[in-house]
Design a protein around this ligand. Structure first.
Ligand code: PLP
Length: 380
């Protein structure tokens, strides 16, 4: 069986598991308590914060540990809703994850969220962003570094520079970038959010990087944990595991990317030859090397998915947050696809241990399922 849904979640990496067990055995005390062992947990937690900050190229004072990207994105927009003037707006790309799009709309109100369109490859164009900055003067621009469905990479460094010139703050949802792309430059963004389980860490732990050490807009109120920026007993074992996961995911990242890209590209070439009319979304844009978002030339995506599942392959239809709802790919929708096409979208995303043979057998699986569906849908 081969797992091709790493953009939905990843298995715990061996480094993360070891770090979690060690931390749970040695530092399970409440970091806020006053006896010696609690002090040691608190010290270990601050050391983990420093290491994490260093891996992302930010100051440790900017790091807030949260339960994941969804909480971090909500914290950011809830905070903005309190500090922006009543008519202040934000701009977000048309292909943001629901935890950005819906959080921005819920906390600020639909009318205050401007959408930045993408080109036919799913990329935000600098001149389009410039136009939006001039016309609307948003206080914040939110642009995901890498897209969860197509894997498309935004030219965020260039777009960040444009935002700086106009005075807008820049947020990047880096949930899909981290662990798949070098992460140490990301700290130049004003705000950053992400989740450990996307890069080999445990579920239920993530982070929000704030613009500076002084900023504070808690979503969760209560105790003074995380410097009063996020109440609740710190989950040190999960934090330690997240740091270990990030460290291990970023080791030799360039070589890992290259291998994955070769396997993914070979798969796409084979699929294009087996299925004339197949569309590879964002094929001409820079993409994550593990991701392939396809519009199949015929048959609904759930038919492909259920038959591939029976053969031991885990794939998805668009993003995991919306699978089960046919035709729900935000990305393919933003590219102006028809309803009919939306129902044929499948997403394939590999991980560091996915082999060339796994990719090859997935292509064979697709060919077999295609023949089965063409023959009327009955298994041969
Ligand atoms: N942002 C992006 C780009 C994602 O892919 C995801 C996960 O699907 C999230 C945010 C939300 O992460 P979580 O469900 O861990 O809060």
């Amino acid at each position: 069986p081969a797992y091709f849904d790493h953009n939905a979640t990843t298995p715990l990496s061996p480094a993360a598991r070891a770090a979690w067990l060690r931390a749970s055995d040695q530092h399970w005390h409440n970091a806020s308590s006053l006896y010696r062992e609690a002090g040691l947990t608190s010290q270990a937690l601050e050391a983990a914060r420093e290491q994490f900050a260093d891996l992302l190229g930010v100051e440790p004072e900017r790091v807030v540990f949260t339960s994941g990207a969804t909480e971090s994105n909500n914290t950011l927009f809830a905070g903005l809703s309190k500090c922006l003037p009543a008519d202040g707006v934000v701009a977000i790309s048309a292909i943001e994850h629901p935890s950005v799009r819906e959080a921005a709309r819920a906390w600020l109100g639909r009318g205050r969220v401007i959408e930045i369109p993408v080109n036919d490859q799913g990329v935000v164009q600098p001149e389009v962003l410039q136009g939006i900055l001039q016309q609307h003067s948003p206080a914040l621009v939110s642009l995901m570094a890498a897209n969860n469905e197509s894997g498309v990479l935004q030219p965020w460094e260039e777009l960040l520079k444009i935002c700086r010139e106009s005075g807008a703050r820049f947020h990047s949802d880096a949930a899909q970038w981290i662990g798949k792309q070098p992460a140490d430059q990301l700290g130049t963004c004003d705000y950053l959010t992400g989740s450990a389980h996307k890069f080999g860490g445990p579920k239920g732990i993530g982070f929000l990087i704030l613009a500076d050490a002084e900023e504070s807009f808690p979503l969760l109120h209560g105790g003074p944990q995380e410097n009063s920026r996020r109440a609740g007993t710190e989950n040190y074992p999960a934090i330690a595991a997240m740091v270990a996961a990030l460290e291990s995911a970023t080791e030799n990242i360039e070589a890992a990317q290259e291998t994955q890209r070769q396997h993914r590209n070979a798969f796409e070439v084979e699929m294009e030859s087996t299925f004339p009319g197949l569309r590879v979304i964002s094929e001409k844009a820079p993409r994550l090397s593990n991701t392939s978002l396809l519009v199949m030339p015929r048959h609904d995506n759930l038919k492909w998915l259920t038959r591939l599942t029976r053969r031991g392959f885990a794939i998805s239809t668009g993003s995991a947050c919306s699978s089960g709802k046919e035709g729900s790919s935000v990305v393919v929708q933003a590219l102006g696809a028809s309803w009919e096409e939306l129902k044929r979208v499948v997403r394939i995303s590999s991980g560091p241990d996915t082999s060339a043979e796994d990719w090859q057998s997935l292509a064979v699986g697709f060919a077999e399922v295609g023949a089965e569906l063409d023959a009327g849908g009955r298994p041969k």
